[in-house]
Design a protein around this ligand. Structure first.
Ligand code: HMH
Length: 206
């Protein structure tokens, strides 16, 4: 029996919970989050998404052609997302040339290293990264202004459906993966969970 994404979520429920439930998100929901905290997240997440877009391109380069449709759709959404980040930063007069904080840099290093792994490993990590934001922004429930559009961006039903397709593609890749590749996919999943938690904490500390 090959590893599946659902198995990872079940086996590592505790780690996944810590990756997706954080006071930062809870306080966006209550409106208590402070501008310095939110703006730190916004700048650092823009810098993160730039590197995530490179990861998406490298995943596409490693993927079977049957998986192109879903991945190209995701890349199109990233085009909009990067421009949207620039708009949000401009509204708040934020400097997007700010250096990466150590946690953001560590997460970006992890992503830049992933393409040395085989496709199933990359696909599993990519799915986990997208699911973390889908669930993280969705679980607290509808958010008040000015956070509504942030929660909607990753929590909307279309994004949930996209993440489900990523899961199917990852599972398909894992079905023909070796024992060693499955272990690497598991390790990559855990690393995403750890880095997601650290990224929220970084933002929370402002
Ligand atoms: C830190 N994880 C982080 N930022 C994001 N934008 C996503 C995941 C989803 O792409």
């Amino acid at each position: 029996m090959s590893l599946t994404c659902q198995q990872l979520l079940q086996t590592y429920g505790q780690q996944w919970q810590e990756a997706t439930v954080h006071p930062f998100l809870a306080q966006c929901k209550t409106g208590e989050i402070q501008p310095v905290q939110f703006n730190t997240w916004l700048i650092q997440d823009y810098l993160y998404v730039v590197e995530f877009t490179r990861l998406a391109a490298r995943l596409l380069a490693a993927a079977p052609v049957q998986h192109f449709d879903v991945l190209l759709g995701g890349m199109n959404a990233l085009k909009d997302e990067l421009n949207w980040f620039r708009d949000k930063a401009a509204e708040r007069k934020l400097d997007l040339t700010t250096p990466k904080q150590p946690t953001c840099a560590e997460y970006c290093d992890f992503m830049n290293h992933l393409p040395t792994m085989t496709y199933p490993v990359q696909a599993t990590a990519f799915w986990a990264i997208e699911l973390s934001y889908n669930q993280g922004w969705q679980l607290p429930g509808a958010m008040p202004e000015p956070y509504t559009e942030f929660a909607d961006r990753w929590g909307n039903p279309g994004f949930t459906a996209y993440v489900k397709l990523l899961e199917q593609q990852s599972d398909e890749g894992l079905r023909s993966a070796s024992e060693s590749e499955q272990q690497q996919a598991e390790a990559a999943f855990l690393e995403v969970a750890r880095l997601e938690k650290a990224f929220w904490q970084m933002a929370y500390e402002g």
